[in-house]
Design a protein around this ligand. Structure first.
Ligand code: NAI
Length: 772
C-alpha cells in the first residue's frame, strides 16, 4: 500500500525514542532523531548518535529489521536542528514523562512545523486533555497520543488516544500508517490516566507488591503464582518490574495518583514501598542495570542467581518456589491456584479478585468496550487471556460468591448478568454495560483463522493439523502440534490436503495463528525411532517428507506459505517448496539441522541450491555450492523477513507483511493473484553445474571454524553436507532428483552416528546445540 507519510522526526533519543525512530525507518521513512545538545562531548549530536550506535550494537532483539535501515535515521539536537522539522509529516515526542517539559517542547515545535504535520506524544500515562490544555486550537487539531510499548518493534500493541479537537483525517492517516507500515495492532483508548494497559497493569503490579510484603511471601513464590497458572509470562510480577525498569514505574504511579479521583481503588496501593525505593536509591533499576529484584552475579566463573528478600531488602540466593499446584492445565489451573488453602492461595485470590473487580469497573471509562481491554492486555502485557476472558475462565459465579464473602462490592461489568463473551452461531460477541452482546466490527483487510474456526468445521482434520475453507476458493492448512513440529501424522494430512485442494480449490495457504510457524521436524519421534534402531522407519519418514513437499511444489494450484516467528529445519523446507511466501516481518527462518547432527533431508539442500542458482547475481557459478553450504553449516537464521531476503530464503516472488493481524488476508490475496494465471512449475529436469567439494570445502570449513578446532565428527558432517551440494567433477550437472537422493542417503548415514543422537538428546533437553 502507498505510504501517505514521507518523512518523520522523533524527539527524545532515550529508551523509547531511539527505538521508535528505528522502527519508523524500518517502514521505509527517513527520520530525524533529535535530543538535547550533548554537554560532555565535542559532538553536539552525541546523545542521538550514541543512541543509534547502541541500537546497532545490540546482540539480540535488534530495533532494526535490517542494519541498513539505520542509514535512514539522522541524528541531531533540538538547538541546532529544530528547523528541519518544517519539512516532516509526523513528529513523535518521546521525552521525559513530565507534562511541563513536553508542553515546553510543543510550543517550540508549533512555531516551526508545517500546517499539516501531525504531532503525537508517546506518553505512557499523561492524558491528552492535560497535554493540550492552554495550547492553541491549531495545535490540538493535529495532536494525538500514540503510545508504543517497549520494545516498539516487537510489542504489537499501540494505544491511540485522540482528543475532541483532533481532526479525524489526522487520526485516520496516523492509524493507517501505524497499522500497515509499522505493523502495530491499534487499540482505541479513552483519555484517562494510564490509558488501558498501565492503568490495569500497574494496579496489578502494585497490588501484588503490597500484598506480598504484607503476607511475608518471597518473590519466587509470587512470580510462580502470577505467571503460568494464569497464563501470564514467566516474569510474573517482580521479573516484569525488572524488565520495565524500576525507575519508570514511580512516574506512572505519580500520574495515576494525581489524575485519578480519590475514590479510585488504586490509591490503596499507590505508595512505593521501602524495599522498592531502597533498590532505586542503590541504582538497582532492573535488567538495564543488571540488578533489580533479581540479579545474576559471577562468582569464580559461575553464575549465581540472587533475589531480594522483601523483608530485609538484601539479596540472597534465588530459591525454587515452594508450592505445587495439583496437576491441572488451562482454566482448571487458575481455580486450583485460587483454592490453595495457604498464603499463596490467599495471595493469588487477593490479586486476581481485586484486579478483575477493579477492571470490571473501568468499562466504559477507559475503553470503548471490554473486548478492547482484553486485546490491550494480551498484546501489551503478553497475558494469554485478558481480564474479562479470565473472568469467564474462572467463572463469574465463583468470583461473585467469593468477592461477596470477602464483604466487598462487585464493580461495573461484574454486576451485569451473564458471562463476558458469548458465541452465537459461531460469532463471538462481547457484553456491553447494558447487558446486550455486541459483535466487534470486522477490520477490513484482516482475516482471522480463529473466527473461521468458530464458524465452521474443518474440511480435514487429525490431532496434528487441519484444513480450512477460508473463502473465495482458498484453503488453509494449519499445523497444531506443540511448537508446530512436523511428524508423520501431520505429513499424512498435508498430502490429503494437497489432493483435496487440487480437486476443489483455487489455491492453498499454509498458515497458523500461533507465534511460530514451525520449529521443524518432531525430534522426539525421530529419537524414539533412532533408539529403537528402526532405520526403516526413519527412512520412511524422510521419504514421506520428500514426497509430500514435492507434491506441494508440483501441485496444480498455487501454494503460499505464510510464516511468522520461527520457521526452522523442516518448517523452513516446507516454505522453500511453496510457490511464494507471504512472510510476517518477524521471521526467523533457517536450515539448522546440523545443530542436531543432520542435514536438511526434506529438500532443503536442493531448494536452497536452486534458489541460490536463480539469484545468480549474488551467487556466482563457482561459489554456488560453497554459499549454500555455509548457509546450512553455519545454521544461519534470519532475524527478520528482510534478512531472510538477503539470505535468499525469500526471493523476488515473496512479499512481507508488517502487521501480524493482516498476514492471512495478505497471503490469501497473493494466492488468488497467483491463481489467475497459474502454471505448475516445470518439472525437476532442470540441472545446474555445482563445483566439486574438493575445490572449496576446506576453505569453507576454515571460515566456519575461524581458528577453533573442528572435531572429527563435525568434519564428517560437513563432508556429507558438501557431498549433497556438489558436482562429482568440474562441469558435471546435478538436478533435483540427484540432490534429493543424496539428501536421503547422507541423512541415513548421519542419523546412525551416536554423536548425532547425543546432539538430538541435548537439543530436546536444553534447546541448545551440543558442540561434540
Ligand atoms: P528516557 O528518559 O529514556 O529518554 C528521554 C530522552 O528525552 C532523554 O534522552 C532526554 O535527554 C531527552 N529529553 C528530555 N527533555 C528533552 C527535550 N526538551 N528535548 C529533547 N530531548 C529531551 O525516557 P523513555 O523511557 O524513553 O520515555 C520517553 C517517553 O516514552 C515518556 O513519555 C514515557 O512515559 C514513554 N514511554 C516509556 C516506556 C518505557 O518502557 N521506557 C514505554 C512506553 C512509553
Amino acid at each position: 500500500m502507498k505510504q501517505t507519510l514521507r518523512k518523520a522526526a522523533v524527539i527524545g533519543a532515550g529508551v523509547m525514542g531511539a527505538k521508535i525512530a528505528a522502527h519508523i525507518a524500518n517502514a521505509g521513512l527517513q527520520v530525524y532523531l533529535l535530543d538535547m545538545v550533548s554537554e560532555s562531548a565535542d559532538d553536539r549530536n552525541a546523545i542521538a548518535k550514541s543512541a543509534i550506535d547502541r541500537l546497532l550494537q545490540a546482540s539480540s532483539f535488534s530495533a532494526f529489521t535490517h542494519p541498513n535501515r539505520a542509514e535512514r535515521v539522522i541524528p541531531g539536537n533540538i538547538d541546532d536542528h529544530m528547523g528541519l522539522l518544517n519539512d516532516v509529516d509526523w513528529i513523535v515526542e518521546a521525552v521525559v514523562e513530565r507534562s511541563d517539559v513536553k508542553k515546553g517542547l510543543y510550543k517550540k515545535i508549533e512555531d516551526i512545523r508545517k500546517p499539516d504535520c501531525v504531532l503525537s506524544s508517546n506518553t505512557s500515562t499523561i492524558p491528552l486533555a492535560e497535554l493540550t490544555r492552554g495550547m492553541p486550537e491549531r495545535f490540538a487539531g493535529n495532536f494525538l497520543i500514540t503510545h508504543f510499548f517497549n520494545p516498539p518493534r516487537y510489542m504489537r500493541l499501540l494505544e491511540i488516544i485522540s482528543g475532541p479537537m483532533t481532526r479525524p483525517e489526522v487520526t485516520r492517516t496516523i492509524r493507517e500508517f501505524i497499522d500497515r507500515h509499522l505493523g502495530k495492532s491499534i487499540v482505541d483508548c479513552k483519555d484517562s490516566p494510564g490509558f488501558i494497559c498501565n492503568r490495569i497493569g500497574v494496579f496489578w503490579l502494585q497490588c501484588a507488591l503490597h500484598t506480598a510484603i504484607r503476607l511475608n511471601l518471597n518473590l519466587e513464590e509470587v512470580d510462580a503464582a502470577m505467571s503460568k497458572p494464569l497464563g501470564n509470562p514467566k516474569t510474573g510480577v517482580f521479573g516484569l518490574m525488572d524488565l520495565i525498569g524500576l525507575d519508570l514505574i514511580p512516574h506512572i504511579i505519580a500520574t495515576l495518583k494525581t489524575g485519578l479521583p480519590p475514590s479510585d481503588a488504586f490509591h490503596a496501593y499507590s505508595e512505593v514501598p521501602a524495599v522498592y525505593s531502597g533498590l532505586l536509591d542503590r541504582g538497582f533499576l532492573g535488567r538495564k542495570t543488571g540488578a533489580g529484584f533479581y540479579r545474576i552475579r559471577r562468582m569464580n566463573g559461575d553464575k549465581l542467581s540472587e533475589s531480594v528478600d522483601l523483608a530485609s531488602g538484601e539479596y540472597r540466593p534465588t530459591r525454587k518456589a515452594g508450592f505445587k499446584l495439583p496437576d491441572q492445565t488451562g482454566n482448571a489451573s487458575i481455580r486450583a491456584l485460587l483454592d490453595l488453602p495457604d498464603d499463596i492461595g490467599l495471595f493469588a485470590w487477593r490479586i486476581v479478585s481485586e484486579t478483575l473487580n477493579y477492571t470490571a469497573g473501568l468499562v466504559p471509562e477507559i475503553a470503548l468496550n471490554l473486548a478492547d481491554i482484553d486485546r490491550a492486555m494480551r498484546l501489551g502485557f503478553n497475558w494469554r487471556t485478558g481480564p474479562f476472558e479470565m473472568i469467564d475462565r474462572i467463572g463469574i459465579d465463583y468470583l461473585e460468591t467469593r468477592i461477596r464473602r470477602d464483604g466487598k462490592a462487585l464493580n461495573g461489568m461484574l454486576n451485569v448478568k451473564g458471562p463476558m463473551y458469548r458465541t452465537d452461531g459461531g460469532i463471538l460477541r462481547h457484553k456491553n454495560p447494558n447487558g446486550e452482546f455486541t459483535l466487534a466490527p470486522p477490520m477490513p483487510g484482516v482475516l482471522s483463522l480463529d473466527d473461521i474456526k468458530r464458524r465452521g468445521s474443518p474440511l480435514l482434520e487429525n490431532p496434528c493439523a487441519s484444513l480450512w475453507d477460508i473463502g473465495d476458493g482458498v484453503a488453509c492448512f494449519e499445523f497444531h502440534t506443540p511448537m508446530n513440529t512436523l511428524n508423520r501424522e501431520l505429513l499424512d494430512l498435508l498430502q490429503r490436503s494437497i489432493d483435496l485442494a487440487a480437486d476443489k480449490f483455487r489455491a492453498l495457504v499454509i498458515y497458523n495463528d500461533g507465534p511460530h510457524f514451525s520449529a521443524g521436524a518432531d525430534l522426539k519421534e525421530l529419537l524414539a525411532a533412532i533408539e529403537a534402531q528402526n532405520w526403516a522407519e526413519v527412512e520412511a519418514f524422510i521419504r514421506k517428507g520428500q514426497k509430500v513437499y514435492r507434491a506441494l511444489k508440483y501441485a496444480p494450484l498455487p501454494v503460499i506459505g505464510a510464516p511468522s516467528g520461527l520457521a526452522l529445519g523442516g518448517g523452513a523446507e516446507i516454505l522453500l517448496h511453496c510457490d511464494a511466501i507471504q512472510a510476517h516481518i518477524e521471521l526467523q527462518m533457517g536450515l539448522v539441522e546440523t545443530g542436531v547432527g543432520l542435514i536438511p533431508g526434506w529438500g532443503g539442500c536442493k531448494e536452497m541450491l536452486f534458489r541460490n542458482h536463480a539469484a545468480r547475481e549474488s551467487t556466482k557459478e563457482g561459489t554456488l555450492a560453497a554459499t549454500t553450504f555455509l548457509l546450512i553449516a553455519k545454521r544461519s537464521v534470519s532475524q527478520s523477513a528482510e534478512i531472510a531476503r538477503d539470505l535468499n530464503f525469500l526471493s523476488e516472488r515473496d512479499s512481507i507483511t508488517m502487521n501480524r493481524d493482516r498476514l492471512l488476508a495478505d497471503a490469501k490475496a497473493k494466492a488468488l493473484n497467483l491463481a489467475r494465471h497459474y502454471r505448475t512449475p516445470a518439472s525437476a529436469n532442470v540441472s545446474i553445474v555445482s563445483s566439486p567439494a574438493a575445490t572449496w570445502l576446506s576453505a569453507a570449513i576454515d571460515e566456519i571454524a575461524s581458528g577453533k578446532p573442528v572435531s572429527d565428527y563435525e568434519r564428517i558432517l560437513f563432508q556429507r553436507l558438501a557431498d549433497v551440494l556438489s558436482g562429482d567433477a568440474p562441469g558435471t550437472r546435478i538436478n533435483e532428483q540427484t540432490v534429493s537422493e543424496r539428501e536421503l542417503e547422507n541423512f541415513m548415514f548421519l542419523v546412525r552416528r551416536p554423536e548425532t543422537s547425543a546432539r538430538i538428546e541435548t537439543m530436546l533437553k536444553t534447546g541448545k546445540a551440543l558442540d561434540n
